[in-house]
Write a protein that binds this ligand. Structure first.
Ligand code: PNS
Length: 167
């Protein structure tokens, strides 16, 4: 079976991510969306919340699995017998970082290939951090994130600001 991993922080998943997942799901038999557990970067959503939001946003796709991982991506790939990494490229500014990561992963395991998909132009400005900023200041996040998770994101942001106020 032709499988690939689509790794990231997904804090939270955006329509840009979903676009890459949908396109990758047409190219590969199975795509594992892998959420990085990064102890150095807390983020807004807990890891299980990110996983659940991705599951909800991709429930129309049959060949997607969502998991979390910690440590090196290549170790996660080895234990799941996956050889291909899918990444989305938004702009030239993404290139340097992605190029470095692709070469490092290939150095760590020469059997691994990274496949880049160019983002759709309508999502080229989108990032999880800009979505969070818009939502935190009460802006509209429709068309930025999947429709069926908008309420979850707004609820989390309201809870979060309440926690900050309560502290
Ligand atoms: O969405 P992000 O935050 O740009 O995703 C980055 C991610 C998760 C793909 C990257 O940080 C990663 O693969 N981390 C795992 C650690 C690792 O394998 N590092 C070696 C490559 S430099």
């Amino acid at each position: 079976m032709n499988r690939a991993v689509y790794p990231g922080s997904f804090d939270p998943i955006t329509n840009g991510h979903l676009d890459i997942i949908e396109r990758a799901s047409r190219v590969f038999d199975e795509v594992i969306v892998a959420v990085l557990v990064n102890p150095n970067k807390k983020g807004l959503f807990e890891i299980d919340e990110r996983v659940n939001l991705i599951k909800k946003a991709t429930k129309h796709l049959k060949n997607i699995k969502v998991e979390s991982f910690s440590g090196l991506l290549i170790d996660f790939m080895k234990s799941n017998d996956i050889k291909v990494i899918v990444k989305g490229l938004r702009a030239v500014s993404d290139f340097e970082y992605e190029f470095q990561m692709a070469l490092m992963n290939n150095k760590l395991d020469p059997d691994i290939e990274t496949v880049f998909m160019m983002t759709s132009t309508k999502y080229s400005y989108l990032s999880s951090s800009s979505v969070k900023q818009v939502a935190i200041f009460g802006g509209c996040i429709k068309e930025l994130v999947p429709d069926n998770i908008i309420k979850d994101i707004i609820k989390k942001i309201k809870q979060n600001s309440k926690n900050i106020i309560d502290k």
